[in-house]
Write a protein that binds this ligand. Sequence first.
Ligand SMILES: [Zn+2]
Length: 257
Amino acid sequence: MQNPNEVTEVNPVLTLWDEYGAILSFAVFGVGVGIVLYHFLRLTMTKELKSRYDYISKYEINTLWNACLLVIIALGLFVNTLLAEAELHWFIVRLFVTAMLGLIIGVVVSNILKFYYPFYVEKRLKKLRYTPRISPKTGKPMKLLSEEEEDVYLDEGMQAEEEVFSVDYDVWIDEETGYTKIEKYSGHLHALQCPECNYQTLKVSREEIIESPTASKEGELMKFYTCTYCGYKAKKSFKIAKLKETGPVQSEKPVVS
Ligand SMILES: [Zn+2]
């Protein structure tokens, strides 16, 4: 809205802004909110617990970050439409100040999503992972096998993977019919609690095979952890099971790390 008493000549950019600025801010806001709605709608429609687990751990924090970014931009744009500015340079100054404020809010939101929100995500993921699976054969809850029990159900490749890489297999069994359901969880996506700062931000940064296993000797694997919050570093050594003598040895070549 231009004020007729004050101005004789209005910059065309400002006219355009007065006309379309608010619409633009609403559109950006709408996209931001839409992204969040879509995410949670998809989540409610995903019935399978493992799929829901994967969807949350893969997308939720990024989705929320994108949405927050759009909402912050939308609010910034909207604030700049509230008062009509007569001169372009003041308009630009105001826009710049808004952008700086937006940046500060963005940093705060980003930190919340990076360091506090994961606790909430973790709680939900844990619940999804350990909620008893329902057997399609009997409709009854199945039993989760312990690490020792489950080896019988995992093939050699899976067992090796579980020892070497940051992979976890969960084996659910229907004790009545013997039906099993195996679920794979990737440790790389998953952060541990850092002993230094207590945030859920300790991740495997590198894995190195110190010693390859042979038929007669166990190997050794070193996992390196880095905290993305405080920079704390740790390493932990893992044993790699001896190679089975039967069957063809699949990887003869030395592992280069
Ligand atoms: Zn830390």
